[in-house]
Design a protein around this ligand. Sequence first.
Ligand SMILES: [Zn+2]
Length: 298
Amino acid sequence: MPYLYPLNRRRFLKVMAGGVAAVMVTGFVSPFGGGRKEVFRLALMSDTHVPEDPENAYRGFFPYRNLREGVRQVREAAPDLLVVTGDLARLEGHPGDYRTMRDLLVPLASKVPVAMALGNHDVRENFLKAFPDGPGDRMPVRGKYVLVIEHPMMRLVLLDSLVFTNLAPALGLLGKAQREWLEGFLRDHTDKPVFLFLHHTLDDSDGSLADADRFLRIVTPSRHVKAVFYGHSHVYSIQQQEGLHLVNLPAMGYNFREKDPVGWVEAGLSARGARLTLHTVAGSHARNGEEIQLNWRN
Ligand SMILES: [Zn+2]
C-alpha cells in the first residue's frame, strides 16, 4: 500500500466539489480549515479508561462520568480535533468498553473529529470494530494502528505503542517496522512542523516505552518534530530535550496520586509554538486553567 496523502487531497476536493465555493490560495489542502489557518486548535486527552459499566469506579473516580464531563467541555470549546493518547478502555480492552466510549463521544460526532492512539489497556481489534474510521490516513505499518493527519500548517502522527494488554510491567513497544517507517516518513516530510502522539512514557522505567531510546534517536535530531505528546503516567508534566518538547498529558479517568489533576488539555498549535490550557474534571483542581506557552525549536 502506498502513502495515502494523495487520497487525503482527493477526498477533500470531493467534499469541496459539493458546492462550497472555496479558493485554495496555497497548494496544500486538508480537511482542517480548507486553507491557511494560523492555529490548529486541539483538545488533548489521555487514559480515559472507559468501562462498559458506567458505575464502575476506581479510587473514588468514575471514568465514565469524567469522560462525559470532558466531552461536554470539549464540545463547548469546539476545537478542530480531539486526540486521545491511549488507554481508551478500562483495563482489558473489552468490546463493551469501546461501545460505551463511542456512545460517550456521540455529542462530538458532528462537530469534532476524534483521533485515537492505543495504550496497554487496549485491544486493537476490539477498538477497530468500534471505531473503524479515524480521521486522517492510516499508514501501512504491519500490525500497528498509525495515523497521519494533515493540516495546512502542520502534520500530526499518531503512533502505536501497544504490545501487551493489561500486563505488568505495562511496557510499550513501537517495534522495528514502525521505527523504520517513522524514520523514512520524517526524512521525506520536512516541509511542515510534525507533532507526534503515542501512549507510553519515554523514561527508562520498566513500564515505559521499551524502545524509547531508539525512538528518541530518530526524533530528537529531526528538527521539524517540535513536540511529542503522550500519557500513561496519569501525571501532567512537560520536559524538553534538545528543544524537543515532551508533553505528558494528564489522565481523564483517574489519577494515582491525590495531587495530580484529572482532565484534558486545550492546545492551540501554531507554526511558532503552542499555548496549552489545562481543564480539570476531577482529582486536584489546583492547576485548573493553568496556561503554558511552548516555543518551537528551529
Ligand atoms: Zn492509564
